[in-house]
Unconditional design. Structure first.
Length: 181
């Protein structure tokens, strides 16, 4: 794999569930959600009730526990969950999952990806504390009025390769497309 090259894989939700068994690579992921109508007050656990304008939301997370990235993406692919584990689960119930970008890497890229998105034009952090309970970052949730161009996101995420030297020689960002209508 050439450093900086992006390999795209379109996987549907059913494929993720099938790959869950025996596929537990750890790594970092980015969810792209679409919220068609603004939400005036959505209770988000201990963060309280927050306002969410309509638009595209980008959420950065990591999956270093059992099941790895595949299990985490399968969790996020389900709109309704028996129990909410993370802040994003509350917003996920009211939004459409468009894509999930993931990279299997033993380096924790979550904070680097948050910093990269903070510097991305047209993307702004929202909801202080969201997804950042165990993070020094202000928020892991970002808003864009329109869907951010794939190349802009690719450039932002690949700009973090220097922080992931152990993964740089085989850095592959997988893009999973969902049909969540």
């Amino acid at each position: 794999m050439v450093p900086g090259r992006v390999t795209l894989h379109g996987l549907r939700t059913s494929h993720l569930a099938r790959h869950r068994r025996g596929y537990c690579l750890k790594g970092t992921y980015l969810l792209i959600l679409r919220l068609d109508e603004a939400i005036a007050r959505l209770p988000i656990g201990r963060l309280g009730a927050l306002t969410f304008p309509a638009g595209y939301y980008l959420y950065v997370g990591s999956a270093f526990g059992p099941g790895g990235v595949a299990a985490r993406l399968a969790h996020h692919a389900r709109r309704v969950k028996p129990r909410r584990h993370w802040h994003i689960d509350y917003l996920r119930e009211r939004s459409h999952l468009v894509e999930a970008w993931s990279v299997a890497c033993t380096e924790r890229l979550e904070h680097a990806w948050v910093r990269a998105l903070n510097a991305t034009p047209g993307v702004q952090p929202v909801a202080p504390g969201f997804g950042a309970s165990d993070s020094p970052c202000a928020s892991h949730l970002f808003l864009s009025a329109s869907r951010p161009p794939a190349q802009r996101l690719t450039d932002a995420l690949l700009s973090t390769v220097d922080t992931a030297l152990s993964c740089a020689c085989h850095m592959t960002i997988e893009v999973h497309t969902f049909h969540d209508q």
